[in-house]
Design a protein. Structure first.
Length: 266
């Protein structure tokens, strides 16, 4: 199926756990739940368009982010994990491939240690969530917007293109909302759950760990630690790539993900 034959994604709201949630959906095939990073969601990126050739892609905005409500119960990463378990039940997702990037990868891992009943596989792209002693990580809350954008990519042409995009008042407000939500989830301790590592052995679905070789947010050294902690995990590292291989190496990433799921019988 070519991209030209794919209809634009549907955009709507569903209410789960009292939280009015913005969701984009497109494609056909087995369900694929995509959990976005700290920068926010609500964008149908080219890699989602490609994956929609073979999967029914479901891309919500997290509680506290973008067009989704900030519910009273939104306090920590565990709340978001339980929310997504409720969302998968509400949408009756079965055999879902759960794909999470950065803070979305952390959320995906928190979901999987709790319950994988509705999951077929787990893919984590440069996830936050654990701490590796002796491997320094930057304090993203000290970065300016320009520093944060430049750190996303190894290829600075992509950073330049992103920085050149005009930001209207609504975009600025969404960015501030996303930043506040990320701070609530990852402020203290910075970017990890001290209790997550000891329960990663509970993940009982095939897992793909994807990383950029030049990730400035979460160093690639973390990939090996994740692979040691998660059973059935395999690692793929994308060379000359930053924190977002699904964007910077989109075609290569999608091919690796499609091969991973193909071996599972999708």
């Amino acid at each position: 199926m070519s991209d030209t034959l794919l209809a634009p994604p549907r955009e709507d709201f569903i209410t789960v756990a009292g939280c009015r949630t913005f969701v984009m959906r497109g494609g056909e095939g087995p369900p694929l739940l995509y959990l976005h990073g700290a920068g926010g969601g609500g964008i149908w990126s080219p890699f989602l368009q490609r994956l929609a050739r073979r999967f029914t892609v479901i891309a919500p905005e997290h509680p506290g982010y973008g067009r989704t409500d900030t519910p009273d119960w939104f306090e920590n990463i565990h709340d978001v994990a339980y929310f997504y378990l409720d969302l998968m039940q509400a949408m009756d997702l079965r055999g879902a491939h759960v794909l999470g990037a950065s803070i979305g990868g952390w959320i995906a891992a928190e979901i999987a240690v709790r319950n994988t009943t509705r999951m077929r596989s787990l893919t984590l792209i440069g996830p936050a969530g654990i701490h590796v002693r002796g491997v320094e990580r930057p304090d993203i809350f000290l970065w300016t917007r320009e520093e944060a954008v430049r750190a996303l990519f190894h290829d600075q042409r992509l950073a330049e293109a992103m920085l050149a995009q005009p930001q209207d008042e609504a975009a600025v407000e969404r960015a501030l909302k996303n930043r506040f939500a990320t701070a609530r989830l990852a402020w203290a301790p910075r970017g990890f759950d001290p209790h997550l590592e000891k329960w990663l052995h509970r993940i009982d679905v095939p897992t793909l760990i994807a990383w950029g070789s030049h990730d400035q947010y979460v160093p690639v050294a973390y990939a090996m630690r994740w692979s040691e902690l998660v059973p059935q995990a395999e690692v793929v590292v994308f060379e000359d790539c930053g924190h977002m291989p699904q964007i910077e190496r989109g075609e290569t990433f999608c091919a690796a993900f499609e091969e991973f799921t193909r071996r599972l019988g999708r």
